[in-house]
Write a protein of this length. Structure first.
Length: 315
């Protein structure tokens, strides 16, 4: 049975209601508009700011929670896409145009973490996730090299779209999953025993078991989009184990741990990425086409640095 609260919530299963997923704001708040294609929001607790990417305009923007002001964080940014934090609170960024994954140090300098695999240039890193052991996992579709709109048109040196892992000790880049149309968002389960990866072109979300040695199982389909409907982008978990997915033209999807689509958030623009933040991590930030939106939710999102994070990152 489908039940809808006008404008924002669409309940497809009663678990969407009983899980407090509909207990938040009744409408989205527009924090900023005027981007060409907004992506990659991440909340920085220490600064109470959201940083996100405006890919075609080749800039990163920041919104200040205290003042509501928006400014440029970095211009000529390498057509950045996804952003996350490592366990020291440093910014990890996927630079589509520069075809690399970087870390912004506390002094503002930039360290290149990955730009090649087996001596060949990456395609255009899209999204990253940091595991509690310090390893960095990222997707590498070809979105940034298919045209000059979100990067620089070029031939793929790898010839495939894969997911990779950066070793925290050696910095070695290892292929961990292949066979994608276009891997996009990725996120670890709460216990880090599974890795979820969206495939935008294939229209589904795959889940892999994570082995102790940092390799992955073959994987299986966790959720599949209805034909002609959603295309999945990035993914986030709440602390109840529900998976939230940016589903582009179909808003934001919410999946029960068993893979059932239990509800949607309806968004007036095509949704690219989502991120939980705020003082209680119960504020959902949404990038969609030209805008950055937010809403205070009835659920609490997990922290991007994973379990066992240092306390000061939450303060």
């Amino acid at each position: 049975m489908t039940s809808q609260r006008p404008g924002l919530y669409e309940m497809l299963d009663d678990r969407f209601r009983t899980g407090r997923c509909m207990n938040g704001d009744d409408a989205l708040e527009v924090l900023h508009t005027g981007c060409r294609w907004a992506e990659g929001p991440i909340y920085l607790p220490a600064w109470r700011q959201v940083i996100w990417s405006d890919i075609p305009n080749d800039r990163m923007l920041r919104w200040d929670e205290e003042t509501g002001s928006v400014g440029v964080f970095r211009r000529s940014a390498g057509n950045t896409n996804g952003n996350t934090l490592d366990r020291q609170g440093r910014l990890i960024t996927c630079e589509q145009g520069n075809r690399r994954v970087t870390r912004t140090e506390h002094d503002g300098t930039i360290t290149v973490l990955a730009d090649r695999w087996n001596g060949r240039r990456l395609n255009s890193p899209n999204d990253a996730a940091v595991k509690s052991d310090g390893s960095i996992w990222f997707s590498d579709p070809d979105f940034g090299i298919t045209s000059d709109y979100e990067g620089h048109r070029a031939q793929s040196e790898i010839g495939a779209n894969n997911v990779y892992r950066v070793d925290p000790a050696t910095g070695a880049v290892r292929l961990v999953a292949d066979g994608f149309g276009a891997p996009n968002g990725l996120v670890f389960s709460l216990d880090e025993r599974q890795l979820f990866v969206s495939d935008t072109r294939a229209g589904f979300i795959r889940v892999f078991d994570v082995r102790d040695d940092g390799t992955l199982s073959e994987g299986r389909v966790f959720a599949e989009a209805a034909p002609g409907k959603a295309r999945f982008d990035n993914l986030r978990f709440d602390d109840g184990g529900r998976l939230w997915a940016a589903a582009m033209d179909d808003g934001v999807h919410c999946y029960d741990p068993d893979g059932t689509l239990i509800g949607r958030l309806n968004v007036p623009e095509t949704v690219s990425n989502i991120a939980f933040g705020g003082a209680k991590r119960n504020r959902l930030f949404i990038t969609a086409e030209t805008s950055l939106y937010s809403m205070v939710t009835g659920v609490t999102g997990t922290h991007p640095t994973g379990p066992g994070r240092r306390r000061w990152l939450d303060d």
